[in-house]
Write a protein that binds this ligand. Sequence first.
Ligand SMILES: Cc1cc2nc3c(=O)[nH]c(=O)nc-3n(C[C@H](O)[C@H](O)[C@H](O)COP(=O)(O)O)c2cc1C
Length: 170
Amino acid sequence: MNIIVLSGSPHQNGASSALVREFIRGAQDAGHTVERFNAAFANVGGCKACNYCKTAGSCIQQDDMTMLYPKLEAAELVVFATPLYYFTFSAQLKAVIDRFYADPALKNGKKAMLFVTAAGSATKAIEATYETMCGFLKWSDAGRLIAGNCPDAAALGSHPQQAYEMGAAL
Ligand SMILES: Cc1cc2nc3c(=O)[nH]c(=O)nc-3n(C[C@H](O)[C@H](O)[C@H](O)COP(=O)(O)O)c2cc1C
């Protein structure tokens, strides 16, 4: 399977990155092709809501999304991995998601997964957003790993192992 992981944390060695690394290792061990896009280290502007894309068929902004759009279109599974920021995706990852607006070809029956790390346990809002977004995009949920009470990588316990197994089981 062709998989793209959209990673939203600015912590290169943080909690969600640890889950991403293990998930990728598991998926690669199972023979899948995985690419990682680090939204927090990419140049991705917020959607300008200019609607240029609705007539031109492509986004007016020429940034790292230009390279990401074809990879997203080709992906069979899109993994959203994020620290919980004010009960939802990090702004860096949300900017990528908002830019899906310019590419209707993304509504093509993909699978999705959600990986969240959070200092607390109030993760209902991001899960509801993820579910609603998947419904809108016509993507199906292929699994979630919600690591609550994990302010940093040291607190992850068995979650990295779970992430590995989720990748390996695909
Ligand atoms: C700007 C900001 C907002 C945060 N908001 C929340 C929150 O709403 N709920 C929560 O449980 N943790 C919150 N946290 C804590 C992080 O989600 C948590 O430490 C996470 O595991 C960090 O993941 P990372 O190491 O991958 O960046 C916030 C942290 C930051 C920096």
